[in-house]
Design a binder for this molecule. Structure first.
Ligand code: COA
Ligand code: NAP
Length: 269
C-alpha cells in the first residue's frame, strides 16, 4: 500500500471479492485486508480460494474463502449471505472473475463465446445484483474489473471485448439506479499487468511481451499493486463523489498504439 492511504483506513469494514483466488483480484483482496477490512473471497476452486484466504490470514488479516461459480446466481447469493453472517454487512464488492483465451471468431464455438460472456458480464451482474441486499447502505462501494478491450477492438478477443464493453455500460446503469441508496458503482480498467494469468494468455512469449510494451505510452507492464491502490482509492472516502466511472490504470493502453513506428512523422516539406 502506498503512503497515499492511511493505515487501517478500512478497519471495521467488510469486503467481498469475486474471482479472488489469484492475480489482480487476490492482490486487491490482500490490500483491502492490509487496510483493515475483513474479506470474503469466492472462486470456482475450493482449494485455490481457501489457499488465497490463507495468505490473508497468515499476514494477520481476516478472510473467508468460499467456492462459488459467478455463473450460478444462487451460489453467489449463498456466499454473500455467509460472508455477511460471519464478517458483517458488506461495504466493498469487487467483481473480477473472468475467463479469457486468444481465438479468432471463426475458431470459437458459440459455447466458447458464451462461456466468457457468462463469466465476465453475467457473472458481474450476478455478483452486484446479489450483493445489494447485503450491503451496508449508504456508503457501499462496488468495483467491477474491466479491461481496455471494452474500448479497443482487439484481434482474437471478440468474446472478451463484447463482455467487458457490457460491464462498462452496466457500471453506469447501476450507478444511476443505486446512487440514491448511497451505493457507488465504478470500474477499474487495468492495462497489461505483470505476472498474471491474463498476460500469460495474451502475450505468452517474451517477443509478444516486448511488442505489447512497445505500444504502450508508459512502455512497461503495471504491477498488481497499481490496481490494488486504485481499488483502495475507490473504496475510500477520497472518492465519495465518484460514481459511474471507469478508471483506466493502464499505462496508456486505451490511448492506442504509442509505438515509435506509429510516431514517424512525414518529412517536412
Ligand atoms: N480456443 C477456442 N475455444 C476455447 C478455448 C480456446 N483456447 N478454450 C476454451 N474454449 C471453448 C471450449 O472449447 C468450450 O466450447 P465447446 O463446448 O463448444 O467445445 C468453451 O470454450 C468452454 O470451455 P470449458 O473448458 O468447458 O469452460 P470452463 O467454464 O471450464 O472454463 C475458460 C472457462 C475456457 C474461460 C477457462 O480458460 C478458464 O477457466 N479461465 C479462467 C482463468 C483465466 O482465463 N484467466 C485470465 C482472466 S483475464
Ligand atoms: P486470474 O488470476 O486468472 O483471475 C481470474 C479469477 O477468476 C481467478 O481467481 C479464478 O479462480 C476466477 N474465476 C474464473 N472463472 C470463475 C467463475 N466462473 N466463477 C468464479 N470465479 C472464477 O487472472 P488475472 O489476469 O489476474 O485477471 C483478473 C481480472 O483482471 C479479470 O477480470 C481480468 O479480465 C482483468 N484484467 C486483467 C489484466 C491483466 O493484465 N492480467 C488486464 C486487464 C484486465 P478459479 O480458477 O479458482 O475459479
Amino acid at each position: 500500500m502506498t503512503s497515499a492511504f492511511k493505515d487501517q483506513m478500512l478497519a471495521g469494514k467488510t469486503a467481498f471479492v469475486a474471482g479472488g483466488s489469484s492475480g489482480i483480484n487476490l492482490g486487491i483482496a490482500q490490500a483491502l485486508a492490509r487496510a483493515g477490512a475483513r474479506v470474503g473471497l469466492i472462486s470456482r476452486d475450493a482449494g485455490r480460494i481457501e489457499a488465497a484466504a490463507g495468505t490473508i490470514r497468515a499476514a494477520g488479516g481476516s478472510a473467508l474463502g468460499l467456492a462459488a461459480d459467478v455463473r450460478d446466481f444462487d451460489a453467489v447469493e449463498a456466499a454473500l449471505a455467509r460472508t455477511r453472517a460471519e464478517l458483517g454487512a458488506i461495504d466493498i464488492v469487487v467483481s473480477g472473475a473472468a475467463g479469457n483465451f486468444l481465438a479468432p471468431a471463426l475458431g470459437m464455438s458459440a459455447n466458447g463465446f458464451k462461456t466468457v460472456v457468462d463469466i465476465d458480464l453475467i457473472g458481474t451482474f450476478n455478483v452486484f445484483r446479489a450483493s445489494f441486499a447485503h450491503l451496508n447502505k449508504p456508503g457501499a462501494s462496488l468495483i467491477a474489473i474491466t479491461a481496455p478491450q471494452a474500448h479497443n477492438a482487439m484481434m482474437f478477443q471478440v468474446h472478451a471485448c463484447a463482455a467487458k464493453a457490457g460491464i462498462n455500460m452496466m457500471v453506469k446503469c447501476l450507478a444511476m439506479e443505486w446512487g440514491p441508496a448511497g451505493v457507488r458503482v465504478n470500474g477499474i480498467s487495468p492495462g497489461p499487468i505483470a505476472d498474471t494469468e491474463g498476460m500469460a494468455r495474451l502475450a505468452p512469449t517474451a517477443e509478444m511481451e516486448q511488442r505489447y510494451k512497445a505500444r504502450l505510452a508508459l512502455r512497461d507492464y503495471g504491477d498488481k499493486s497499481d490496481i490494488a491502490d486504485t481499488a483502495l482509492f475507490l473504496c475510500s472516502d477520497n472518492s465519495r463523489y465518484i460514481t459511474g466511472t471507469i478508471i483506466d490504470c493502464d499505462g496508456g493502453s486505451k490511448l492506442g498504439d504509442a509505438s515509435a513506428d506509429a510516431l514517424q512523422p512525414p518529412p517536412r516539406a
